[in-house]
Design a protein around this ligand. Structure first.
Ligand SMILES: Nc1nc2c(c(=O)[nH]1)N[C@@H](CN(C=O)c1ccc(C(=O)N[C@@H](CCC(=O)O)C(=O)O)cc1)CN2
Length: 343
């Protein structure tokens, strides 16, 4: 239960899913103000039963699995190597970091990486030409255009131009369309929602027959996450900015995927006791005490939600690292299909 007032510093134990249960991680929660004399007399320790889903550790395990798979693939196909091409347009620092991390991760698992960096002023035609060249390049099995693109470029037009056989982001309308259909399988599933489902499955969370709430309906996360949960036989409600009673709907869900892009919008009282909570948000909030002057928080109030959840992802170190691990997974899957067709 969430406590209105807790005196002194409280500790809660959050057990990492990927680490032995005997060694719980102790997390120090923030000191809350004492508002009344009565509150001061109440000394309680908040003990959480939530297991921490350690996305960083799970992503690391997946990279090791992929490295072994890539080695095997190369041995089987005469040294042929999976290849990923990443297109970056503009100078956004966060995008540059993500692209750098994607190339580093490729290197770690043995995927060849290719890249084209274009200036902020690049035209839509220039970007389309780069995509066309990678579509035609047999050494490339996956193409990713880092988003967001500068405003003058039609993002959907660029994503539509990627060959569906190389669409490792899974954003092409044909891949999304197949994801939405019963009896059809997309060639690729978008990486972040795929990572959310992988975290739930690897943490032993049951999906079939459960109620799920997805907060947010973006093309990149919310919408495909809802489709994926539905494919696993969960009953899914998508909550968006015009949804009445969002909190009530969420509080009835066994699984919550929060991807609304609003810092800590999903409060503790949005979480049904025992629910699994996956937090996709990455929001920077000012924090003069932090080295960078800010800290990252998710779309979920982690401290409050972890008092009620059965499983919860942290930010950072939850879904984020899985986005890149699933990109590598998709790239290896694409290359495997191509090599098999060529054999
Ligand atoms: N073409 C695409 N563009 C974008 C995607 C995508 O999947 N495809 N997703 C995001 C950005 N993204 C990958 O591209 C990404 C975001 C965050 C992380 C991550 O590991 N985050 C860390 C925190 C990082 C920090 O300290 O700032 C974490 O959550 O632990 C990886 C990849 C938008 N664009």
């Amino acid at each position: 239960m969430a406590l209105a007032f807790a005196t002194a510093v409280s500790f809660k134990q959050v057990q990492p899913v990927s680490a032995p249960r005997a060694n719980p991680r102790v997390v120090l929660t923030a000191r809350r103000p004492q508002r009344t004399a009565a509150a001061r007399r109440v000394t309680m320790t908040i003990t959480s039963s939530a297991k921490l889903i350690d996305g960083k550790a799970i992503a690391e395990t997946i990279r090791q699995e992929l490295k072994a798979e890539v080695d095997e693939l190369k041995a089987k196909h005469g040294g042929k190597t999976p290849g990923l091409a990443v297109v970056l347009v503009g100078e956004r620092k966060d995008s540059q970091t993500y692209v750098r991390n994607k190339k580093k991760a490729c290197e770690e698992v043995g995927i060849a990486s290719f890249g084209t960096d274009l200036p902020e002023t690049a035209s839509e035609d220039e970007v389309l030409k780069v995509v066309a060249a990678y579509n035609a390049d047999p050494a490339v099995h996956g193409i990713l255009v880092q988003l967001p693109l500068p405003k003058h470029i039609n993002e959907q037009k660029v994503l539509d131009a990627i060959s569906i056989e190389k669409d490792v982001d899974g954003f092409h309308p044909l891949n999304i369309g197949a994801l939405a259909m019963r009896g059809r399988d997309p060639l690729f599933v978008p990486c972040t929602p795929k990572g959310c489902l992988e975290l739930l499955k690897r943490s032993g969370v049951q999906l079939a027959g459960k109620k799920a709430a997805v907060v947010g309906r973006s093309n990149i996360v919310g919408m495909p996450a809802a489709l994926l949960l539905q494919r696993e036989d969960a009953t899914v409600t998508v909550i968006h900015s015009r949804t009445p009673d969002a909190q009530k709907i969420c509080a009835e869900a066994d699984i919550i995927i929060a991807a609304c892009g609003r810092a800590e919008m999903v409060g503790g009282d949005w979480v049904k006791p025992g629910a699994a909570v996956i937090d996709v948000g990455i929001n920077a909030v000012d924090d003069p005490s932090a080295k960078r002057g800010y800290r990252l928080v998710g779309d979920v109030d982690f401290a409050a939600a972890s008092e009620r959840a059965s499983h919860i992802t942290p930010v950072p170190g939850g879904v984020g690292p899985m986005t890149i691990a699933m990109l590598l997974r998709n790239c290896v899957d694409g290359a495997t299909r191509t090599f098999a067709a060529q054999a």
